[in-house]
Design a protein around this ligand. Structure first.
Ligand SMILES: C[S@@+](CC[C@H](N)C(=O)[O-])C[C@H]1O[C@@H](n2cnc3c(N)ncnc32)[C@H](O)[C@@H]1O
Length: 223
């Protein structure tokens, strides 16, 4: 692409609505792609959320329930997880994994449309989901997170870091451009902190993983 020319992204190009084989074996595929490192990585990332017993968490695009179970270890007793998910295979796995816990609730809602929550949650978490939306929908998701959080609450985005895709090793560039969701590169190129600041978030905290290509970016909704 020449300088100044901006690629147009369409939501139809996104791979974020995972279905079929990929959804059915999602956790196993993540373990394989990361050569077995995913379980320890995701445990560390959930530790870095700094959740406390009694916290209420809203999980946007919750997936199979693997993350919810890890978060549950930290928010129990007294806390609650509301997980939003629309994928059929994902929902089925989520229900299977979490049915023992009445304090983990799955709701079938699109996260990129209006949500009914206001000042209810200590943490809003979104893990490997935000990159898969066109910018306009990302802004809606950020506005939803802001509205759903209590004052002093935290929004945590686990996803790609911001970096220069042209400058990374060729195999990473290949994975981003040829294997990943086509919208991921657009997400990586945009300044996520700036995006969050525009919605009123501040006091950023960042944890990095996998050589800094992935990060947990946490921002606060001020009192
Ligand atoms: C890449 S997976 C990540 C799942 C989970 N957050 C994780 O980290 O394992 C993306 C998830 O977002 C869900 N999703 C995609 N678009 C969505 C939407 N508009 N509303 C709710 N969930 C959505 C998909 O069904 C899928 O489970």
């Amino acid at each position: 692409m020449s300088e100044g020319e901006e690629r147009q992204y369409r939501q139809e190009d996104s791979k974020v609505e995972v279905s079929g084989f990929e959804a059915k074996y999602y956790d196993t595929l993540m373990n394989l792609i990361t050569l077995g490192r995913y379980p320890s990585f995701i445990r560390r990332a959930v530790d870095d959320l700094d959740l406390k017993p009694g916290h209420r968490v809203l999980d946007l695009g919750a997936g199979t329930g693997r993350n919810a179970l890890l978060m549950h270890e930290r928010i129990a007793p007294g806390g609650e997880i509301i997980a939003l998910e629309i994928g059929e295979e994902m929902k089925a796995q989520f229900i299977r994994k979490t049915q023992r816990y009445p304090d983990i609730r799955l709701e079938e809602r699109r996260i990129d449309g209006p949500l009914p929550y206001e000042k209810e949650f200590d943490t809003v978490f979104i893990s490997f989901v935000l990159h898969g939306f066109v910018q306009e929908r990302r802004e809606t998701i950020l506005a939803n997170a802001w509205r759903a959080l209590k004052p002093g609450g935290r929004f945590s985005i686990l996803d790609y870091n911001n970096f220069d895709v042209d400058a990374v090793p060729v195999w990473i560039r290949f994975a981003i451009r040829r294997v990943e969701c086509p919208l991921a590169e657009d997400f990586i190129r945009r300044d996520t902190r700036q995006m969050l600041s525009r919605h009123g978030f501040g006091t950023f905290r960042q944890h990095e993983y996998f050589g800094g290509y992935l990060r947990l970016l946490t921002a606060e909704k001020a009192f």
